[in-house]
Design a protein around this ligand. Structure first.
Ligand code: SF4
Length: 315
């Protein structure tokens, strides 16, 4: 495994108490794999991504667990080690990242500056690399001197992907990379993404609530609910035979990925406040299969066929 996360606990330490955004999260991602983290908003997906980058904003802190990347524990890295690690080993594209481009600077210069900050190369080499990167994301290198407002939203997002790849990272974390785009542009960006992943044998963690993007892109999925992973399996297996009631509900609430008509199901309620989550299984107030044990004991992840699933009832 390129990345192994063991029992990650990232809490936001507020005056009202600890918001347990990730509470015992464990998973691994292999070299060249595309791994998806799915679930509703507020279930800990973004905090998991930020923890891997050690970019959790205050008052957030990693209070427990390990994040082993290429044999080194990111949680224990010094500030110096982190400077070498971020962008070179692991890079990130955030939701709406395209809006982070400086509107008064040509896009090429913005990428060049990123390269010169992290790599020991000449300006000429940085400009050459920038042109290569733009080509890689399907933007003509002749546009290297254009300003951000001269690009469409999808192209600006591709510029941000190029920027994230500037230092040849082994792992790219993409947090809702297509959410701010319209549907047609979403498809274009996803296609670029898939091509890049194949060409570069890039390892990717895709964070999104969009299950059709997951189905089109990911090799394996983890479904998060209330700071915990409730199910993990191959993408095919999750969509063909979801086991956890929350996974079933998520898939039921999403339009068919094959485009056929189906009536959408509704998941009652909302994810709990993570400052004071329900006892036992955190999904029990919303689960139609809930039994007494679910309210008292937390279900531990167990292997069921090729799934890892945390549920007392599902066999
Ligand atoms: Fe539902 Fe119980 Fe399984 Fe939780 S443990 S998902 S409440 S059946």
């Amino acid at each position: 495994m390129l990345l192994e996360i063991e029992n990650l606990e990232t809490y936001y330490l507020t005056r009202k108490g600890a918001v347990k955004a990730t509470d015992g999260v464990s998973f691994g991602v292999g070299n060249g794999e595309v791994f998806g983290l799915a679930g509703e908003s507020g279930c800990g997906k973004t905090t998991t991504g930020l923890s891997i980058m050690r970019l959790v904003p205050s008052p957030g802190q990693i209070v427990g667990g390990k994040i082993i990347f290429d044999g080194k524990d990111i949680v224990q890295m010094s500030d110096d080690d982190l400077r070498n690690f971020r962008w070179k080993a692991v890079s990130v594209v955030f939701q709406g990242a395209m809006n982070a481009l400086n509107p008064v600077m040509i896009v090429g210069k913005q990428i060049v500056e990123g390269i010169l900050t992290h790599e020991n190369v000449t300006k000429k080499e940085a400009w050459e690399r920038t042109e290569e990167l733009l080509d890689l994301v399907g933007i003509s290198s002749e546009r290297v001197k254009d300003y951000p407002h001269e690009f469409s939203g999808g192209m600006r997002q591709r510029v941000m992907i190029a920027m994230a790849l500037a230092c040849n990272p082994k792992l790219l974390i993409a947090d809702e990379p297509i959410t701010a785009l319209d549907v047609i542009v979403q498809r274009q960006v996803l296609t670029v993404f898939k091509d890049l992943q194949r060409k570069l044998n890039l390892t990717v963690i895709l964070i999104t609530h969009d299950l059709s993007a997951m189905a089109a892109t990911c090799d394996r999925l983890a479904i998060m609910y209330a700071g915990k992973i409730v199910e993990q399996a191959s993408t095919l297996s999750i969509f063909k035979r979801p086991l956890h009631p929350y996974t079933k509900a998520l898939i039921g609430a999403f339009p068919s990925i094959r485009g056929e008509k189906k009536s959408l199901e509704f998941i009652p309620g909302a994810p709990p406040e993570l400052i004071n989550p329900p006892e036992g299984c955190r999904f029990h107030p919303r689960c139609q299969y809930s039994e007494d044990i679910c309210k008292k004991e937390e279900p531990m992840p167990t292997v069921r066929g090729d799934h890892l699933v945390a549920c007392h009832i599902i066999q």
